[in-house]
Design a protein around this ligand. Structure first.
Ligand SMILES: [Zn+2]
Length: 108
């Protein structure tokens, strides 16, 4: 005895659930755009208050959020640095320099 069930029910186009993702990339989100870091090259804009900062990870504390909570709330990936491009480049150069010198010291 077998009972056949309709496994593939056609999905209603109009009733598409938007619960998990209420916003799409680029949608207006507070003072910024959802899932996008507002980076003008020197400062990054806060989605919460619109203030521009050199280090948003530190700034978001005024909103009682951690950087991780901020990223999650605004659709940013966990690896997204909350700093402007020039500062990111500066930090990358510093770490490259220090790792280069460490490697140089370690080599015979
Ligand atoms: Zn803010």
């Amino acid at each position: 005895m077998s009972v056949e069930t309709a496994k593939q029910r056609p999905r209603s186009m109009t009733g598409a659930p938007r619960v998990s993702y209420p916003l799409s990339v680029g949608d207006p989100d507070g003072y910024g755009s959802f899932a996008e870091l507002d980076d003008d090259g020197h400062t990054v804009g806060c989605h919460e208050c619109g203030r521009r900062s050199r280090n948003l990870g530190l700034h978001v504390r005024v909103h009682a959020m951690t950087a991780a909570e901020y990223r999650q709330a605004h659709g940013l990936s966990t690896g997204q640095a909350l700093i402007p491009a020039d500062l990111a480049r500066e930090l990358a150069e510093h770490s490259r320099n220090s790792s280069t010198s460490l490697a140089a010291r370690g080599e015979p």
